[in-house]
Each structure stands twice: as structure tokens, then as C-alpha cells.
Design a protein around this ligand. Structure first.
Ligand SMILES: [Zn+2]
Length: 204
């Protein structure tokens, strides 16, 4: 049976608590900026804007990608996973630097999520996988694409053994509750599809 280890740390450095405080301030500011720009969490880019900001993903992040793919029955796939400070939260790249599909996350965002709910980073990685594998991945509506990715995330969380609340945590606690933007559906709608994905994949 799959059991999640609660040892996931996306950043491990000295002066951690000071950094965490700075993260909160920086992320509060960045989220305010995002809200003003109607940008949101998990964004698909066609390419990295700042190639020099791409770093290998942490062992925890790489494990999350591998575990989520396995739980989703997609262990034949692999998506390189990178830490990228130039993105706000997390992203699924269709063809990163011409090297094919990839996943990236902002390490500060993941560290903050982990502090809120240790399962939340996994749900984000699963959401990004969802962008790559959902049948709606090329749908013209970004709302449809986001909800499809959320459904995949809910499924992975159920199969990993997370609770429903833990499956919601990234969108209910890690991000400001909102009514949606041009690119992203609102929190209530996202919760609904995460629940659908979770329930459809919950172990009997
Ligand atoms: Zn997304």
C-alpha cells in the first residue's frame, strides 16, 4: 500500500525560519500582484521565459512526479521536473527548451505549501501531470484545461491515500480563495472537480 512519507522538504537550508518569513512576505506580495493581473496558480507556458532560472527539481519533487505517474497508471511516462524561480507557482511546459514536456515549480511556493499541508506539493505536481495527460489538454478554454488537471490531481490524491481536505489544500489554503479569473476557474469550481476526481479514484 502506498504511504506518503512526511519527510518532503523542497528547500532545506540554514536560517530556515527567517527565510520562511521572507517567503510569506514575498508570496503575499506576489499573490497580490497576481490577483491584480488576473494571473493565477498553475500556468501552462509554451516555453520558459528565463532559461537561466531552471534548476533540477529536488529529490522530493522528482519522487512526487514518479509516484503520481505510477498511481495514475502512467508509469510508462516520465516528465522531467524542475525548480524554477521565474514562475509564480507551478507550470506544465508542453515543450520546455525544445526538450519535450516538463513540469516546473517555484521552490518558494512549494515550501510555503508544504508548511500549510504536507500533501499539497504532491497535489500540485499531480495537477501539472494532469495538464500533460488529460484528454482536454488542448482544449481552447483554459478553464476547461485547468479543471481537467484538477480532476487528475484529485484522483492521484485519492490513490495516494490523502484525505479529501488534503486534496483541496493547495487551492483552498495555499492560494487566495477567489471567484475565478480569465485563465483560471474559481475556488469553488476547482474544489468540485477535485472532489469528482478524488471520488472516482477512491479505493473501495
Ligand atoms: Zn493548471
Amino acid at each position: 500500500m502506498y504511504r506518503r512519507k512526511l519527510t518532503l522538504i523542497y528547500i532545506s537550508q540554514g536560517g530556515f525560519s527567517v527565510k520562511i518569513s521572507l517567503f510569506f512576505l514575498a508570496l503575499l506580495f506576489s499573490q497580490m500582484t497576481h490577483a491584480q493581473q488576473s494571473l493565477c496558480v498553475f500556468t501552462i507556458h509554451n516555453n520558459a521565459q528565463s532559461a537561466n532560472a531552471i534548476n533540477p527539481g529536488s529529490p522530493s519533487a522528482l519522487k512526487d512526479t514518479k509516484d503520481a505517474l505510477e498511481l495514475l497508471g502512467l508509469s510508462n511516462l516520465d516528465f522531467p521536473t524542475y525548480a524554477m524561480t521565474s514562475i509564480g507557482n507551478a507550470a506544465a511546459f508542453p515543450n520546455l527548451q525544445g526538450q519535450g514536456p516538463a513540469i516546473a515549480y517555484n521552490p518558494d511556493f512549494m515550501t510555503r505549501l508544504y508548511a500549510i499541508e504536507s500533501w499539497a506539493p504532491f497535489s500540485v505536481i499531480a495537477h501539472e501531470i494532469g495538464h500533460h495527460v488529460a484528454s482536454e489538454r488542448n482544449h481552447p478554454s483554459s478553464h476547461v484545461r485547468e479543471l481537467a488537471a484538477d480532476r487528475v490531481s484529485g484522483c492521484a490524491m485519492a490513490r495516494a491515500g490523502a484525505s479529501l481536505d488534503q486534496a483541496f489544500a493547495a487551492v483552498t489554503q495555499g492560494l487566495p480563495v477567489n471567484t475565478g479569473s480569465p485563465t483560471h476557474p474559481g475556488t469553488r469550481q476547482r474544489i468540485q472537480v477535485i472532489r469528482e476526481g478524488y471520488q472516482s479514484c477512491r479505493r473501495s
